[in-house]
Design a protein. Sequence first.
Length: 255
Amino acid sequence: MSRYRFFSITTRILESIKQIIIANLESSGIITEKLTTLRLLQIILALGSIVVFTIAKPFLSITFVWSYAIVHFLFRHIFLFTSFTPTGIAYQLKKRFGENKAAEIYEFFTAFSFFHRSYSYVLLIEFTAFQGIAFLIPYQPALQGIGNVLGAIGIIINTWCFLIIKRDTYYYMDMFWGKFLVEFKQEGPYEIMKNPMYSLGQLPSYGAALALFSIPGLIFTLLNQICCYLFYYNFELPHIKRLLAEEVTLAVKKI
């Protein structure tokens, strides 16, 4: 192998690793590219939350953990479900701040909700691990093994999907702007199912809850998945169908 070819392959591998890391950070609510004031603020808030909760974890009560998880579960889904109604959050932000500033603000709150929904879930399953079902402790190695496999499969699928649809679509910015932001192709997981992120993409959460056998974690994940599908069929799918219909109409007019 020539030195140039080795360098080229190494560069591509490193770039792929970089994109995978960025995809997982961004899907968790941390955007590191093209830092704006609000993106930097979200990074500071996220890192600050990690530091504070890490220090305070020995002193946290189960009541606080439950409250934190419930509040951010409700915030995430109420925010999402009220974003794209005719006079919803997206409309109000555009009306008050103008489209570009409104987009930055909407992205910030979406990233904020992504991070805290995920972090509160991690705390919940840690604090409710094997709670009330001590008889399953002997089976912990098997449960952890199954959970880890499910989690790994889900992470691969989520990362793959994220790299296909890109950050703006993942953050629902296509719905904010009312137009497709990427040229979507039916490739990867999208070749075999319409919405892999809402189905198999939930496996990391199920896997983590199963590994610790957190019943609340399993219930939260199921409720989150139900909410995802409710949003998809009531908001996201109509949005996609409308845009596709507009594209067909424009194509017909050009003939």
